[in-house]
Structures are given as structure tokens and as C-alpha cells.
Design a protein around this ligand. Structure first.
Ligand code: ADP
Length: 234
């Protein structure tokens, strides 16, 4: 209906605005963090150290809020259709580069030509890759390496997000996808929960392999679109 279309357009505009704000606010935040770190290194007295700690904590909080804002305002459109994996990865990486740490990681994508399209909601699939890459950024230090590698396997596309970061404590494995499980000071624990929900709604599965101290690979497997598909119209 027209009301629905209007609502969708509003949400799309909001998503863009949110991404724009996150970007614009992110840069000054990064430079404020830099100044605070500089002051912390000058051996301040305990009062100043205490106050600087407060500033750092609040800065991290603002960054977490920005991240949520973009994540949850992203379902800009819920239109199902054929989706190009390459477009999804390109968009997710373009947004991820705005984030703290995103610029000083080595992020590479290995995507074969002639990949069959998927069928689903583009923006949701972007969110899956985006969240996985943000987690990989969080898990790696400066200069860390993150690879998004896509392969086809029969009627499925397997997308891997590989990092050489901290790895995952085996004791945490079973809790990873539960809502609110986080090991981050300012984490929400919703990223993987949302990822799994979206992947399953697309008829796919998500898995993880990790070695503490060496890195982690998340694997998302999704069915490709039927070769001759007549899209229903209403
Ligand atoms: P959040 O990022 O807010 O913590 P997630 O649900 O996205 O929420 O992740 C839950 C937890 O899973 C993280 O706190 C972290 O401990 C672990 N995790 C996720 N991805 C990675 C990764 N690539 N490397 C190491 N640990 C990870």
C-alpha cells in the first residue's frame, strides 16, 4: 500500500541519516580519544587520571550507541528479491571502514566472478556481513587482517569472515549466539543473535571455528536463488 511505501521510504531515509551521523560523529570522537590517550600517557595525578578514565568510558559508550543506531536503523527495506553477494560484501565493508579501527585493519575480499545470486532481503544480508566484520575488527589489533572469502558449493554460497585476532575461548562457544552474551566492556551481545536470526530466516546456517590466540572464522551458508525463478507480483 501507499502507507507502507511511505513508511519504507522514511525508514530508508532514517537509515541513511543514521549512517551519516555515525560517520560524521565518529571522526571527532576518534580524535578526542586520541587526545585523552595522549594525556593519559603524561603520567597525570590520580584525580586527573580518574577523570580521564571517565571520559574514556563515556566515549566508548557513545561509540557503542552509534553502532547500535546504524545496526538497528539499517532494515531500510524489507523487500525480498535477488541479491548479489558482491554488492552485499562491498556495502558492508564500505560502512565498516567508518568504524573505529576499520581504517587500520587490512580488510580484503575474495569473491569469485559469476557468483549466482541469493534470494532474500538485501539490507539484512548487508547487516550480517557488517556485524561479522565489526566483530573481526574488535578482535584484531592495528594491522590485523580480515578476509571476506566467498565460495560456491552446489546450490549454496558460503561466506567466510576470517580474522587473525584474539580467537574465542572454547568455554564461550555455546553462549556466542545467545542474546546479551558479550565479553566486551561496552558490548550489547546482540550482534551474533541478530545474525543467526537473519541467516535462518534466509534458509541458511551460521557456524564458527576459532583458535584462541590465532583467530576466528565465521561461516555463513546461504541457498542460491533458483535458476529460473518467476518472481511473484501482486
Ligand atoms: P558484541 O559484539 O556486542 O559483544 P556479539 O553477539 O556480536 O555481541 O558477540 C558476542 C561475543 O562473541 C563477543 O563479545 C566476543 O566475545 C565474541 N566474538 C564474536 N566475534 C568474534 C571474533 N571475530 N573474534 C573473537 N571473539 C568474537
Amino acid at each position: 500500500s501507499q502507507a507502507q511505501v511511505l513508511h519504507q521510504e522514511k525508514m530508508a531515509a532514517f537509515g541513511l541519516l543514521a549512517a551519516g551521523i555515525a560517520h560524521e560523529v565518529g571522526n571527532p570522537l576518534t580524535s578526542i580519544s586520541g587526545v585523552v590517550q595522549m594525556l593519559e600517557r603524561r603520567d597525570p595525578d590520580s584525580y586527573t587520571r580518574d577523570k580521564l578514565g571517565l571520559v574514556t568510558g563515556q566515549l566508548a559508550r557513545i561509540q557503542a550507541i552509534l553502532r547500535e543506531l546504524v545496526t538497528f536503523s539499517r532494515p531500510a527495506s524489507d523487500t525480498r528479491g535477488r541479491v548479489s553477494v558482491r554488492d552485499v560484501v562491498d556495502e558492508a565493508l564500505a560502512i565498516a571502514k567508518f568504524y573505529k579501527g576499520g581504517k587500520n585493519r587490512q580488510i580484503v575480499a575474495a569473491i569469485p566472478d559469476n557468483l549466482p545470486p541469493l534470494v532474500g532481503v538485501r539490507d539484512q544480508l548487508v547487516q550480517v556481513v557488517f556485524n561479522l566484520v565489526l566483530n573481526a575488527i574488535d578482535a584484531t589489533g592495528k594491522g590485523g587482517r580480515i578476509e571476506v572469502a566467498v565460495v560456491t558449493e552446489k546450490e549454496r554460497v558460503a561466506l567466510h569472515v576470517i580474522d587473525d585476532g584474539t580467537g574465542i575461548d572454547p568455554a564461550h562457544r555455546v553462549r556466542l549466539f545467545r542474546p546479551y552474551f558479550t565479553t566486551k566492556k561496552h558490548g550489547t551481545g546482540l550482534g551474533l543473535f541478530v545474525i543467526r536470526r537473519i541467516v535462518e530466516q534466509h534458509g541458511g546456517v551460521v557456524g564458527v571455528e576459532s583458535e584462541p590466540g590465532r583467530g576466528t572464522t565465521f561461516r555463513v551458508e546461504l541457498p542460491v536463488a533458483p535458476r529460473t525463478q518467476i518472481l511473484a507480483t501482486d
